[in-house]
Write a protein that binds this ligand. Structure first.
Ligand code: GLY
Length: 300
């Protein structure tokens, strides 16, 4: 069985590409990198990679991480600037024995040394949004991270994230996305999970590790996401949306916001967009109607 799941509708084209790769027996790593790079390269998405919204100093600082579920090795970059594909740098770092989490200038130096492509990540559209939004006293918004879990037909799993983080964040601020166990986690013997939302809250409860831990106790991905999110809601109030897939390709999601969506494909399911209802005691997964999809695409 193979499968792949990623946060938000923006992942659809990437999941289309990744599912073809998995169907042709590519590794979960190749599939996940293809899915996330597709989003990083698209300037129409405000919250990831090229065209991402800048920090308060008008710089696009990106966070990304990669976790190999076979050996639990991770690579992470925080506040990296002007490198086209932060997820590739993170994946490369996951092969190192030491220095797996690099930030700022150190992360950029490593990326350049290893031959990763440099790119000015700030687009005119993002500058315009910055100029507009800075007129407001509370411009903080926009942290729609791509988080992705992939399972290949050799039963290997991996997880990855990429984000330009909270819009108008302070220079040097790092959210949950590159933090192991918070923004992502994968263990090929169990499954993987990823989070999107307010990093400052998500990291307090190590949400992704908690979901994988619950799956190891026998909870389905859906129940594990719901249980983790309900435990969060007693103490934390920030936006939080969660996805998970286990090593059988079963998947689930939960959210505390109104408009969370994700994309999933498995050996038995063509790439499909789901919406998720805000959690009460559980979250329902349902297929979006045409109007919702066309309104969303028009907005992008
Ligand atoms: N979840 C992404 C961030 O808070 O930066």
């Amino acid at each position: 069985m193979w499968g792949i799941i990623a946060t938000w509708v923006m992942a659809k084209d990437g999941i289309d590409k990744a599912s073809k790769l998995l169907n042709d027996n590519s590794s979960c790593k190749e599939a996940l990198l293809a899915a996330i790079k597709d989003v990083e390269d698209n300037p129409d998405f405000w919250s990831v990679g090229y065209g991402g919204l800048p920090n308060e100093d008008k710089e696009v600082e990106c966070d990304a991480a990669y976790m190999n579920g076979d050996n639990l090795k991770v690579g992470c970059v925080g506040a990296i600037k002007d490198i086209a594909n932060p997820i590739e740098v993170a994946e490369h770092l996951s092969h190192e024995d030491l220095n797996n989490f690099l930030t700022g200038d150190g992360a950029k130096k490593y990326a350049i040394e290893k031959g990763f492509m440099e790119r000015d990540m700030l687009t005119q559209k993002a500058i315009n949004a910055y100029e507009e939004k800075k007129k407001f006293s509370k411009p903080y918004r926009g942290h729609d991270t791509i988080g992705c879990i992939a399972l290949d037909s050799n039963n290997s799993m991996c997880a990855g994230t990429s984000t330009s983080g909270l819009f108008m964040k302070r220079k040097g601020r790092i959210g949950d996305s590159p933090l192991i166990g918070s923004g992502y986690y994968a263990d090929s013997l169990i499954g993987g999970a990823a989070a999107t939302g307010l990093g400052e809250d998500i990291m307090k409860k190590c949400m992704s590790y908690e979901i994988v831990r619950l799956m190891s106790e026998g909870y389905s991905p859906q129940k594990a996401c719901e249980k983790a999110l309900l435990s969060y809601s007693t103490k934390l109030k920030g936006d939080c949306s969660l996805i998970a897939m286990n090593n059988k390709g079963e998947f689930g999601a939960a959210t505390n916001i109104d408009d969370f969506s994700f994309v999933v494909a498995t050996q038995n399911l063509k790439p499909t967009i789901y919406r998720v209802s805000r959690i009460t005691d559980h979250s329902e997964l349902y297929l979006p109607d045409e109007k919702w999809l066309s309104d969303l695409l028009a907005h992008i």
